[in-house]
Design a protein around this ligand. Structure first.
Ligand code: ADP
Ligand code: MG
Length: 287
């Protein structure tokens, strides 16, 4: 096993960032018929900047931002990091919070000055029967999170991420191999579609909740697909475990890494393509 892994590492330009945890899974890379990428941080940079802050009831923008940032300080999500960064750029002082909690794929909540605030996805709003406010629909690649105060919508923050420059080429390589390239994201429909169109994906799934990611993998498998999946968060761990080949990417959390077959620490979609293509070439020769 050692020389094999060494040779793979060499093929991947001797980067330190590759770890094959499950060699059998890797050997099976020749069977892959579909790959499901996560969006944020894999196909995109995962580096959000704040585009717009909309306050619906006259609360000054900076006050809304400082409240939200105070809560998001406790979250590891790339959205949270973008919001906290913006508050720092504006030199805002953040209020004290208590009782922080996060709901996977949905958002976060905490108390500020005794009042409960939630910062949530559009899917959560829909589930609560709340209408999206005007201006919260765009045709840009924007990720929008909504701010609720005691359950009432008081504003939203629109953030933008960027498609990684190597994503398009990496996807083209996989498609050349006859592999279906799909994306699953917790993000909204418009953003998912815009990214999928831009990258020429074979399909995408938007507003996918964490547990739905593994159901999705199962569905693909029941249709006879042999599925590889990438993921970077705790959220993605169950789906990574379910996939025929689970690939944990990026700085990833420990939990995601523990359930993955392959770990790429300095990941780019290009590395993933090369890894799969290399695995196919190697093991095709051996059978
Ligand atoms: P993905 O990894 O595909 O971007 P996630 O499952 O991590 O999706 O998140 C899905 C959605 O849940 C986000 O687009 C956002 O609307 C909401 N969300 C998750 N975490 C947070 C957070 N810390 N603050 C605000 N919204 C969040
Ligand atoms: Mg994620």
């Amino acid at each position: 096993a050692v020389p094999l892994v060494v040779s793979i590492s060499t093929a991947l330009s001797a980067k330190n960032g590759l770890l094959v945890r499950n060699r059998t899974a890797f050997e099976n890379s020749r069977k892959i018929s579909a790959i499901v990428f996560d969006k944020t941080g894999t196909l995109t940079e995962g580096n959000f900047g704040v585009n717009r802050i909309e306050s619906l009831y006259g609360l000054p923008q900076n006050e809304l931002l400082s409240t939200v940032a105070a809560i998001e300080q406790h979250s590891e999500h790339p959205i949270a990091k973008g919001i906290v960064k913006e508050s720092k750029n504006r030199g805002l002082k953040l209020p004290r919070t208590s009782g922080f909690s996060a709901t996977k794929g949905r958002g976060v909540s905490a108390r500020v000055g005794g009042v409960i605030y939630q910062i949530v996805s559009p899917g959560y709003l829909e589930d609560q029967g709340l209408d999206l406010p005007e201006g919260a629909m765009t045709d840009q690649i924007e990720t929008i999170v909504f701010v609720l105060k005691e359950g009432e919508l008081i504003g939203f923050i629109a953030l933008a991420d960027q498609i990684r420059k190597e994503s398009k080429g990496a996807i083209a390589l996989l498609k050349e191999q006859g592999i279906k390239v799909l994306m699953a994201t917790g993000d909204n429909e418009q953003t998912a579609k815009a990214v999928a169109d831009e990258l020429g994906l074979d399909g995408y799934f938007s507003q996918v909740l964490p547990h739905q990611k593994s159901e999705l993998i199962e569905k693909l498998q029941s249709k006879g697909e042999y599925v590889a999946m990438t993921g970077d968060g705790v959220n993605d761990a169950p789906a990574l475990a379910k996939a025929d080949i689970g690939i944990a990417v990026g700085s990833g959390t420990d939990v995601a890494a523990e359930t993955a077959d392959i770990i790429l620490t300095e990941s780019s979609p290009e590395d993933i393509s090369r890894l799969i293509i290399f695995g196919r070439a190697t093991y095709n020769k051996m059978v």
